[in-house]
Design a protein around this ligand. Structure first.
Ligand code: MF3
Ligand code: CO
Ligand code: CO
Length: 257
């Protein structure tokens, strides 16, 4: 559990702000006809232009034979997270998770959103729109639990309760995490749990909260490509993520636009 110093927090703040702008711009280009490879290349250029470097590219996970090849994770419909950029083109009606991480002056931040193709980012419609809206709201509900002295379980409990009450599944295999000096740091931050359980949040911790919800069973499996997580029942999934700093009385969200 790493407490960031004042200088580190300043860097994370600036990096987070720049990364939020990068993701917002990349999301504007997520329209029917663009391939996920093109979107990845565009995002990578935006990262470089903003003075950062992609933190996902070349990232290695134990047990996965090849490092992550892209700068952006693009996860379509039943793909939950870590979708690999490819020649596949987005089409209207797809729901697309965009997850991005960036090094800036030696520290990294991490943020994600899900958009409905053809729906307009602020006008999600139908069932897919409800899933997207609820997942986005669950992240805000999790953030509202953050303050020094709260427990990791308080966050998970609040997110799980909201999403399940709304009728959505909460993915268990993947979790939020500490972030900053590495892409993933302790503690793990599950999107489920019990109030009062787990490690205590302390002022100066930088963490990424990232609820993943499904409109069917929450069960997921890893694709044969070694990276992409898929829902087992092929139901659609949504994902939102912010990097934030734990403060005495709340959270400072670093990746909000
Ligand atoms: N951004 C993911 C997370 O939120 C991690 C992606 S690692 C990658 O934790 F290698 F898949 F890019
Ligand atoms: Co992420
Ligand atoms: Co993350």
């Amino acid at each position: 559990m790493i407490i960031k110093n004042k200088k580190e927090l300043e860097i994370l703040r600036e990096g987070g702000k720049r990364l939020a702008a990068v993701l917002a711009e990349a999301a504007c280009h997520a329209i029917a006809g663009i391939s996920t490879k093109e979107l990845d290349a565009l995002a990578e250029n935006l990262i470089l232009k903003s003075g950062g470097a992609p933190s996902f590219k070349g990232y290695k996970v134990r047990g996965v034979p090849r490092p992550y090849p892209g700068s952006l994770c693009v996860s379509i419909n039943e793909e939950v997270v870590h979708g690999l950029p490819s020649d596949r083109e987005l089409k209207n009606g797809d729901i697309v998770g965009l997850d991005i991480g960036m090094w800036f002056e030696g520290l990294c931040t991490d943020t994600a959103m899900t958009v409905l193709i053809g729906g307009g980012k602020n006008l999600p419609a139908g069932e897919a729109g409800k899933l997207i809206d609820a997942t986005k709201k669950s992240l805000e509900i999790g953030i509202a639990e953050v303050r020094a002295g709260a427990r990791v379980g308080d966050i998970g409990f609040a997110i799980q309760k909201y999403l399940e009450t709304e009728g959505f599944g909460v993915v268990r295999e993947l979790v939020g995490h500490g972030v900053g000096r590495a892409v993933h740091e302790d503690p793990e931050i599950p999107n489920w749990g019990h109030r009062g359980d787990g490690p205590e949040l302390r002022e100066g911790m930088a963490i990424a909260l990232e609820p993943m919800a499904t409109d069917g069973s929450p069960k997921v499996k890893l694709s044969k490509d070694g990276w992409t997580w898929l829902t087992r029942d092929c139901s659609r999934a949504a994902h939102f993520e912010h990097t934030l700093v734990v403060k005495k009385n709340g959270a400072e969200v670093l990746t909000r636009i």
